[in-house]
Design a protein around this ligand. Structure first.
Ligand code: NAD
Length: 352
């Protein structure tokens, strides 16, 4: 029997395929806009400039100072650039950092957003904005920040370094793993989550072997879209809480933290979510925690928190914060078990 459910889908236009980023001008016009401010991080500034050149009169400026965790000071600079350039929309070219900046602008002035996603983090399909001010990260959920158009062009992901492709892909998988056991899961998000993990399970090893394998890049981006879409639709649990704690309190790199923690948080929840996680466990040889860890190891992903400059003496504090005001989780949050989980992740040991 199908259990009772409620499904709130996020409206967005998704344009997927090799070479589709050539159609950005048409997407700008399709939104009734004509003057885009192109956004990027400093690292992708040259790509943003090139895109603005291709857009010609459809681009009125480039702002390339996007930074991780969307600092409010950077958003204020970008707002000035938006207003002085006379822009009527933003084109965000990049991963979660650039997309976060576009969302922060839209949150303030309702600017329509076209996103060209170049990592697997999934922010482009969520109505969630995380921003930081005075060292504090706050999260806002608002329909205003959901991008109107998302362009997925696998050709633009070929340059994503292999290490980052792996951690970003595992970050995407983490959304899907938590989606299958989410409190407000529904049959559609579960289908999307399982298919998203399958696509990344198949494509990431191929990308590690040959980073310019366009078929694998295409499959990974497809998986990332599905995983991002479920992140935007259902609630996340223990894994995301731990990663937010570690990321926010100890300023750890986002994707690496997800990659290290995922096998451990999945193993923690496995005993009480066997039915929901069965299709995922099957993809990883039968054991979700151990299987994910073996998979991450085979891709040379980071496995130990100590390699991210976490001090062992910080783990007690991390366990305290991660267990205070916990998100809903299928297994009760047990302080001692979470502390042990953090210890295993710190040492890079395979979950039991
Ligand atoms: P990122 O956007 O910070 O990108 C990392 C680096 O890789 C940047 O320098 C970027 O310019 C570069 N890069 C991106 N794509 C590239 C490509 N194809 N080729 C070469 N270089 C490329 O990394 P991320 O992991 O995508 O995003 C992390 C941020 O996104 C965090 O702040 C996180 O909190 C946020 N996030 C938000 C949501 C949400 O729903 N709000 C979801 C996921 C992540």
């Amino acid at each position: 029997m199908v259990s009772e459910f409620t499904y709130n889908a996020n409206p967005a236009r998704i344009v997927f395929g090799r070479g589709v980023s050539a159609n950005v001008a048409a997407e700008i016009s399709g939104l009734g806009c004509s003057r885009a401010l192109v956004l990027s991080t400093p690292f992708q500034a040259a790509d943003a400039k090139k895109l603005a050149g291709v857009l010609g009169s459809h681009a009125v400026g480039v702002f390339s100072n996007a930074a991780m965790h969307t600092p409010v000071g950077v958003t204020q600079e970008a707002m000035v650039a938006y207003e002085t350039s006379g822009a009527d929309c933003v084109v965000s070219l990049g991963g979660g950092s650039t997309i976060g900046l576009g969302k922060a602008i839209a949150y303030r002035n309702d600017a329509p957003q076209i996103v060209i996603a170049t990592t697997y983090a999934g922010s482009e399909v969520t109505p969630i904005l995380g921003q930081t001010e005075n060292g504090l990260k706050t999260t806002i959920r608002s329909a205003k920040v959901l991008p109107e158009v998302v362009i997925y062009d696998p050709e633009l992901t070929v340059g994503l370094p292999v290490g980052m492709s792996v951690t970003s892909g595992l970050n995407a998988m983490a959304h899907a793993v938590e989606a299958v056991y989410a409190e407000n899961r529904n049959p559609v998000t579960s289908l999307m989550a399982i298919e998203g993990v399958r696509a990344l399970r198949e494509s990431l090893p191929a990308i590690v072997k040959r980073p310019d394998d366009i078929e694998a890049r295409s499959e990974a981006l497809y998986g990332a879209w599905l995983c991002g879409a479920v992140l935007g639709t259902v609630g996340m649990a223990l894994h995301h809480k731990i990663c937010h704690t570690l990321g926010g309190t100890f300023d750890l790199p986002h994707a690496d933290t997800h990659a290290i923690m995922l096998p451990h948080s999945a193993a923690y929840n496995a005993p009480v979510t066997a039915k929901e996680m069965a299709p995922l466990a099957e993809l990883f040889g039968g054991s979700i925690g151990g299987g994910l860890w073996d998979f991450a190891k085979s891709l040379n992903a980071p496995l130990a928190l100590r390699d991210l400059q976490v001090n062992e003496s910080d783990l007690d504090r991390a366990a305290d914060i991660a267990t205070q005001n916990p998100y809903w989780n299928p297994r009760p949050i047990e302080h001692q078990a979470i502390r042990e989980l953090l210890q295993r992740a710190f040492e890079g040991r395979r979950p039991e």
